[in-house]
Design a binder for this molecule. Sequence first.
Ligand SMILES: *Cc1c(COP(=O)(O)O)cnc(C)c1O
Length: 345
Amino acid sequence: MSARLTVDLDALAANWRALDALSGGTASAVVKADAYGLGAKKVGPTLARAGARRFFVALPDEGAALRGALGPGPEICILGGFAPADISLFRDHGLVPVLNSAAQARAWFDAMPGAAAGLQVDSGMNRLGMEAEELASILPLPDAVGFVTSHLACADEPEHPQNATQLAAFRAMTDGLGLPRSLAATGGILLGEAFRFDFTRPGVGIYGGAPFTDARAVVTLEAPIIQVRDVAPGESVGYGAAWRASQPAWIATIAAGYADGILRAAGQGGLSAFWQGRRLPLVGRVSMDLITLDVSRCEGIGPGAMIELLGTSQGVDDVAAAAGTIGYEVLTSLGSRYARRYTGG
Ligand SMILES: *Cc1c(COP(=O)(O)O)cnc(C)c1O
């Protein structure tokens, strides 16, 4: 028996539709990092059926794999930009680079004259994108340039002053370019009308993560109990003897660990698991393949019982909070050892 990851494709499609509605029907779909760990091969076609026509991934290899899943129609854009070494991936799979520097732009225009591209400008995050002078240096733009984007650094904090600063910088850099514009990812969509421009680029909200708190849960992760034992007062459990029983305890060992995305840090942060709606505290450290739970008050529990680690009782953001991280990292850490099951779609 092994852990089981269930991805609810109906919930995923509903989340995309909700974000698309909030975007005035302009949402693209961000499916980088294998659709945030959930499987781009299934997620991509589900979102295409829901109505997504433009997709974003980080790397050309991801784009090539996504093209295989989506077939010819939808636009697939590469956030990481263009490097000449990847020319055949772009050409063979009809990928659209998001050009992040004047050098990338010139290389693309030279290598693929007339082929579609997008631009990214830096509005203040200082990660990817052209500065104003770089943008000026490649004007006038070829007709094949189809859109211009930028990315917000603080969109998950609505009160953060950098949101307004970046909005103003984006306007200043792109007013008058005559191109469709995109600034908002999930957080930006929720900041309101002024941030939405011509199309949006939601990612994490599609997969059920904050800051889209109205999202439906998409992921359920369950793992079986493989052994149950009595632990006497004074005995310890797990590596480092980090947990010691103060009273007689009944401890269940579950077949999932940090190699399966049960972040080790979450063990120190009060991670729980759930069985038939009941909360089971994690005791001791998270190991690579195993965790241990206190099941002392659970009549009838035993080997073979499936324990919920992610789902409606405890979402990706709850686990993230326990680990001192964000839902994005919980999702993309989900391992490949599971039996994966897709429902709906
Ligand atoms: C990852 C990413 C997105 C999607 O962001 P979410 O916060 O997951 O919605 C959009 N645009 C860019 C440039 C990104 O890197």
